[in-house]
Ligand binder design. Structure first.
Ligand SMILES: [Zn+2]
Length: 110
């Protein structure tokens, strides 16, 4: 019987959790952070209909690949970070402030 390969670093014994380098506090365990959602989503305008607001509030994409995300450093500086992370491998390519506009890497695993 062969072993099933791990799909992400969080499922291996070598790397039990993500390490996130906060620009203000330094590298910390992911337990100090809270995922706050997709950073590419934009709120509909005030003139938008109910269906558009319903989609904005309740529907979420589940992308495979590079993803732009909000993370809050609740166990440290309590600042909001913008992170580019691969949803399969959990590799992080960018960490910055909310004003940053990082480019997403080309699709595919790193
Ligand atoms: Zn911090």
């Amino acid at each position: 019987m062969s072993a099933v390969p791990a799909l992400s670093p969080t499922h291996t014994e070598k790397r039990a959790m993500l390490r996130i380098r906060c620009p203000w506090c330094g590298e910390r365990d992911e337990t100090e952070f809270r995922y706050r959602g997709d950073a590419r989503r934009e709120r509909p305008s005030a003139a938008a209909d109910l269906a558009q607001f319903n989609t904005f509030v309740y529907e979420r994409a589940n992308p495979l690949g590079w993803h732009l995300e909000w993370w809050l450093h609740v166990g440290g500086c309590r600042k909001l970070l913008k992170i580019v992370r691969h949803t399969l491998t959990h590799e992080i390519r960018f960490i910055g402030s909310p004003a940053d506009r990082p480019e997403l890497p080309a699709e595919g695993p790193p």
